[in-house]
Design a protein around this ligand. Structure first.
Ligand SMILES: NC(=O)c1ccc[n+]([C@@H]2O[C@H](COP(=O)([O-])OP(=O)(O)OC[C@H]3O[C@@H](n4cnc5c(N)ncnc54)[C@H](OP(=O)(O)O)[C@@H]3O)[C@@H](O)[C@H]2O)c1
Length: 213
């Protein structure tokens, strides 16, 4: 698949490297050509401007800070019907609250001709860099929210390629729940807690309780 990555930071590096390794044709797009070229050289991708990466990708990853997301997209000419992965989190790191509760919806409103899929926002770049992960026999689940089934499936293919399991989590209005979940999870991590302990398997959590009990 031809993948255009908008941004040359940590998420671009983690996912870009995995996708190059999986055989995808990745172009890193940066606002500063030398930084995009640096990352591309490190991971075996090509590089260009943000617009060049936009034109390159059948599928796009938006990997810039939340506060720059809408302006970045508005400055670009994106072909109608493209799939855009939104991994942004707008988290206030002082109190681990959300500055903006619905990045995915703001992004979708900025580029209504594009199919936005929320994905990869729940785990840190180091997790994606080291994927696949196996937790006691279970693959890492990656929740996806999007309104266009074909776009969600396209992102699902990339998720499976990382050795992870796509989990459809509903339409784009539900993406704000993933953004809130990320704020809670990062707050727990930052305090030294174990996020996995919050979401035990259903059997362990509910014991013998059955629906209707
Ligand atoms: N890192 C994580 O663990 C993680 C996990 C889940 C989700 N996310 C989300 O993923 C997104 C990217 O995070 P990251 O960790 O990759 O960030 P990062 O390492 O700080 O990289 C940010 C990228 O955005 C560019 N950028 C910064 N300000 C910009 C602006 N005003 N206009 C256009 N481009 C700008 C930077 O370009 P320059 O190099 O030119 O400054 C850089 O390429 C964020 O929305 C974050 O919330 C991050």
């Amino acid at each position: 698949m031809r993948i255009g990555i908008l941004g040359n930071g940590l998420m671009a590096a983690a996912l870009g490297e995995q996708w190059v390794r999986a055989g995808h044709d990745v172009m890193i797009g940066g606002r500063k050509p030398e930084r995009a070229a640096d990352l591309a050289d490190r991971i075996g991708a090509t590089s260009g401007s943000l617009q060049e990466a936009t034109a390159h990708g059948e599928i796009l990853l938006l990997a810039v800070p939340a506060e720059a997301a809408v302006d970045t997209l508005k400055s670009l000419d994106i072909e109608a019907g493209r799939t855009l992965i939104d991994c942004t989190n707008s988290i206030n790191h002082r109190g681990f609250t959300l500055d903006e509760p619905a990045m995915a919806e703001a992004i979708s409103q900025a580029v209504p001709h594009v199919h936005v899929v929320k994905a990869f926002n729940l785990a840190a770049d180091a997790v994606w860099r080291e994927a696949p992960h196996d937790f006691e026999g279970a693959r890492l689940g990656v929740p996806l929210c999007g309104d266009d089934p074909a776009a969600v499936e396209q992102v699902g293919v990339l998720v499976r390629g990382l050795g992870c399991e796509p989990v459809f989590a509903g339409g784009l209005p539900r993406a704000r729940l993933l953004e809130a979940t990320a704020a809670v999870a990062i707050g727990v991590w930052a305090a030294g807690g174990d996020v996995r302990a919050l979401f035990p398997p259903v059997g362990a959590a509910f014991g013998a309780v059955r629906p209707g009990d």
